[in-house]
Design a protein around this ligand. Structure first.
Ligand SMILES: *Cc1c(COP(=O)(O)O)cnc(C)c1O
Length: 394
């Protein structure tokens, strides 16, 4: 008897991916300057970043990071509960809670860990977790890790969500959804989901990774834009690595929720605290994202310009009013080809393929930033047309 060799199996899985045009390639960026990156010695205009407000290289954030590193050093050198929790973390948590209109907030080192931690804390195998089919993978993994029954509903379909809840009417239940869907850019039907959850006595959790900083008049995100408060969305999660331009994440909610997470969220407890200098830089990012609404206004202007220009050129877009503007292509090999042509023309626009998105729905994921200029958008539109993205209307 001989056991299957793990590395042989892995190599076969990689070969399969290559055959289906699904192989990933790790690109190394050797320089970055504004919205430009240098990859393989070539300078490219990037439409791949989640730095929606143009904060990742903001001099005030960089300065805050450097000053805090001089004061605190680089690493937190311990978990939050064991001495890693510093003034900067505590102040950031207070400010994030105030911004999002919640009683308290708790930092996590990444969004992935935040979702694993909060879902595992709230659910156990007797509970049910109902989720949108297009939710981010870490929400799905959180439910799996908790052992709860995971039931997925058709994308943004509240009736489908209701059916899933009614099929398990007696269990404690969490309904979790992205606020803004990360590969499609559309916004969840938040008001309707909140009404459903109220009616069915279900707790609603929204992952607003791509809404925070971008949506709502003060940038407090999709939940705030929809006018939903903490009683309607009791579990709010968002990341610090997208519009805020830093790294990390937080969960915001009632004091009871946060106290419970401090006790039970394994991905918060058994890991080194976020470097305090990152917390310091994030505090500056929160202030700028909160105050400088011109960044959101500029972004909306560019989004409108991109969508109008795409319509004129028959470039098929998804229905999105956020900075995530996927160009729908379908076939993975063709998507790769168009992405390669764009790169040859000086643009970095990544091809997104299964399993990140459903079968036959490969796309170019264009993301816009307030750091782009109107002329950058015009140049991208022309390049998309020339690369053949307009010819393939689906
Ligand atoms: C990026 C993202 C995450 C993960 O956040 P990280 O801080 O990058 O780990 C979680 N949820 C959604 C919807 C995301 O887009």
């Amino acid at each position: 008897m001989s056991r299957p060799d793990l590395f042989e199996r892995l190599a076969r899985a990689c070969d399969e991916r290559a055959r289906d045009s699904l192989l990933r390639r790790l690109r190394t960026i050797s320089a970055i300057d504004g919205t430009h990156v240098v990859a393989d010695g070539k300078r490219l205009q990037s439409f791949a970043s989640n730095d929606y407000l143009g904060l990742a290289q903001h001099p005030e954030l960089v300065e805050a990071l450097v000053v805090a590193a001089r004061r605190w050093g680089v690493g937190a050198s311990a978990a939050h509960l064991l001495g890693g929790h510093r003034d900067e973390h505590a102040a950031l948590e207070t400010e994030l809670a105030a911004w999002t209109g919640r009683e308290r907030a708790l930092l996590f080192s990444t969004g992935y860990m935040a979702n694993l931690g909060v879902i595992q804390t709230l659910l156990d195998p007797r509970a049910v977790c109902v989720q949108d089919k297009l939710n981010h993978v870490c929400l799905i993994d959180g439910a799996r890790l908790s052992g709860a029954r995971l039931k997925r509903y058709l994308h943004a379909d509240v009736d489908s969500a209701r059916r899933q809840l009614l099929s398990d009417p007696d269990a404690a239940a969490l309904l979790a959804s992205d606020g803004v869907f990360s590969m499609d850019g559309d916004i969840a039907p938040l008001t309707e989901l909140a009404a459903l959850c109220r009616e069915q006595q279900v707790t609603l959790m929204i992952d607003d990774a791509h809404g925070l900083g971008v949506l709502g008049s003060d940038g407090a995100g999709s939940v705030s834009e929809a006018g939903l408060d903490a009683s309607e969305v009791p579990v709010l999660m968002a990341t610090l690595g997208k519009a805020l331009g830093v790294a990390g994440a937080f969960v915001a909610g009632s004091a009871a929720l946060i106290d419970g997470l401090v006790q039970f969220a394994r991905t918060q407890i058994y890991t080194t605290a976020m470097p305090p200098a990152l917390a310091a830089a994030t505090r500056v990012a929160v202030r700028i994202a909160w105050d400088e609404s011109w960044r959101r206004e500029k972004l909306q202007l560019l989004i409108g310009q991109f969508r109008e220009g795409a319509a004129l050129r028959n470039i098929p877009l998804a229905p999105s009013r956020t900075p995530i503007q996927p160009v729908l292509i379908g076939d993975s090999a063709v998507t790769l080809q168009v992405s390669a042509r764009l790169e040859a023309a000086g643009f970095h626009v990544p091809a997104i393929r299964p399993p990140t998105v459903p079968e036959h729905s490969s796309r170019l994921r264009v993301t816009l930033s307030a750091a782009h200029a109107e002329s950058d958008i015009e140049a991208l539109l022309d390049a998309l047309s020339a690369a053949g993205a307009g010819a393939m209307s689906s």
